[in-house]
Design a protein around this ligand. Structure first.
Ligand code: BG6
Length: 454
């Protein structure tokens, strides 16, 4: 009886596998974390691009076994069954690095094969987890037919990012900030994930998905949960996930007739030409959310993301209310609000922005000043890749940084009215290299605010 690990990667020669999964496995092997790895199966309809395997260490390359495999063909799972039979007692890890429309078949067929085996098992599902609420429920239903929740790892790679994990750690270890982390002091929260890249060969995937499904429903909502959740009673996976679920449950639901007041979409000029046909898929999305609980009542959370924008920046900016009897205002100056920023990309920085008196005299206008700490400078060393953290957690069986069933459905529930509304009409065009559509500017201006980056 073995006690090793065998990894099966569906989509095993695809972009994600090549760019992220194999390099991480290689790193973990080097760190001695995978001494018990017996084999890595690359299951795919097409082989590795020439020369790819040679870029990997021999130790890993020798463990990779390519199997010509079509996830939607039942017969191909017979081969899988035979292979599994040669690893009695070993832990089997099935990693679905597939386009989301193939998840369902991969789960059902793999699940049926596994009924013949007693091996310990884990299944890893990439995002987006479904296309909408109904398909996510269906996926969960299928997963639960064959796997227990303890065996299911729904990935959102943003949770593997150190600077996102730091939001939680920062909040729950610093009294000076946690004390003001609520509606009494905070005016608004902005979560931006701006990208300069376009679709980089992913057009056919992206056009089915769009910015709301690709980034907002998962990555930005996960950040939202970390910013807004209550401290868990105990620092353990289930209790942390319970608190995230509470945040999502408290998000005010948008009524179908209100969607245009809560969300704006855009598409960059040239997208349809790239795609080669007309499309109403959004490459930019922004929205406003309210969390109706004691801590956040009335505080707007603005979320935005888009492709081909002016700069690559992923940031959370917390803007505080104006201090009563603002000194600068009394002096007739134009004071800025205090802000705390968590930068996730391009740097891993914490930024404090506040007003300070310049040394030009007591009654000078206070000037916006900032303090910054970058995780790299503060702690040195290499920041681990998000996938490295998450794959290591999968090996360890730690589900803290993975999405639970209820979380996955609640997140869809929130965006569902927007998805429905956006299935009709078309997004507003924006220029590549801009900050998105004009409508997004009007949207926040109508609340008397502006988009902020630090
Ligand atoms: C992926 C999206 O999940 O996240 C991509 O599918 C996006 O469209 C990417 O570009 C952004 O991630 P990161 O880690 O590069 O900020």
């Amino acid at each position: 009886m073995g006690k090793g690990k065998v990894i099966f990667i569906y989509g095993g020669t695809g972009d994600l596998a090549r760019r992220k999964i194999y390099p991480v496995i290689q790193k973990l092997m080097k760190r001695g974390r995978l001494r018990d790895l017996k084999a890595v199966y690359a299951l795919s309809r097409s082989g590795f691009p020439e020369g790819y395997l040679e870029t990997l260490d021999r130790e890993l390359a020798e463990k990779i076994r390519f199997v010509n495999f079509d996830v939607s063909r039942r017969e191909d799972y017979r081969v899988l069954e035979k292979e599994i039979a040669s690893f009695p007692g070993d832990e089997l890890i099935f990693y679905l690095a597939l386009p989301p429309h193939l998840f369902d078949q991969a789960i059902v067929h793999t699940g049926s094969v596994l009924r013949h085996f007693m091996n310990p098992r884990k299944i890893v599902v990439e995002k987006p987890f479904g296309f909408d609420l109904e398909s996510a429920r269906m996926l969960n239903f299928q997963l639960k037919r064959y796997f227990t929740e303890r065996e299911i790892y729904r990935i959102d790679h943003f949770l593997g990012k150190v600077s996102i994990q730091n939001i939680l750690s920062f909040r729950f270890s610093n009294y000076i900030f946690e004390g003001i982390w609520n509606k009494n002091f905070i005016d608004n929260v902005q979560i931006s994930a701006l990208e300069t890249v376009g679709l980089e060969g992913r057009v056919s995937y992206y056009d089915r998905v769009g910015a709301l499904r690709d980034m907002v429903q998962n990555h930005l909502f996960q950040i939202l949960c970390f910013v807004a959740m209550e401290p868990p009673a105990v620092m353990e996976a289930e209790r942390i996930r319970d608190e995230k679920v509470k945040v999502l449950s408290s998000v005010r639901r948008i009524k179908p007739e209100e969607v245009d007041r809560y969300a704006v979409r855009g598409s960059y000029r040239g997208y349809e030409e790239e795609l080669g046909r007309p499309s109403n898929t959004e490459t930019y999305a922004c929205m406003k959310l309210y969390i109706d609980n004691f801590r956040w009542e009335g505080v707007p959370f603005y979320l935005r993301t888009g492709k081909k924008l002016k700069e690559k920046k992923t940031q959370v900016v917390i803007t505080f209310k104006e201090i009563p009897g603002n000194f600068g205002k009394i002096l007739g100056c134009m004071p800025e609000r205090n802000k705390i920023g968590f930068e996730i990309a391009p740097g891993n920085r914490l930024i404090l922005s506040f007003e300070m008196m310049p040394p030009t005299g007591f009654l000078s206008c206070p000037v916006e000043s900032r303090m910054e700490v970058s995780l790299e400078d503060a702690f040195g060393g290499e920041i681990p890749d998000a996938y490295e953290t998450l794959i290591e957690d999968i090996l360890d069986g730690d589900q803290t940084l993975f999405i639970r069933e209820d979380e996955s459905e609640l997140a869809w529930e929130i965006v569902q009215p927007i998805l429905e509304r956006w299935s009709e009409g078309s997004p507003e065009l924006y220029e590549p290299g801009s900050y998105g559509p004009e409508g997004a500017e009007r949207f926040i201006k109508s609340d008397g605010r502006r988009w902020v980056l630090l």
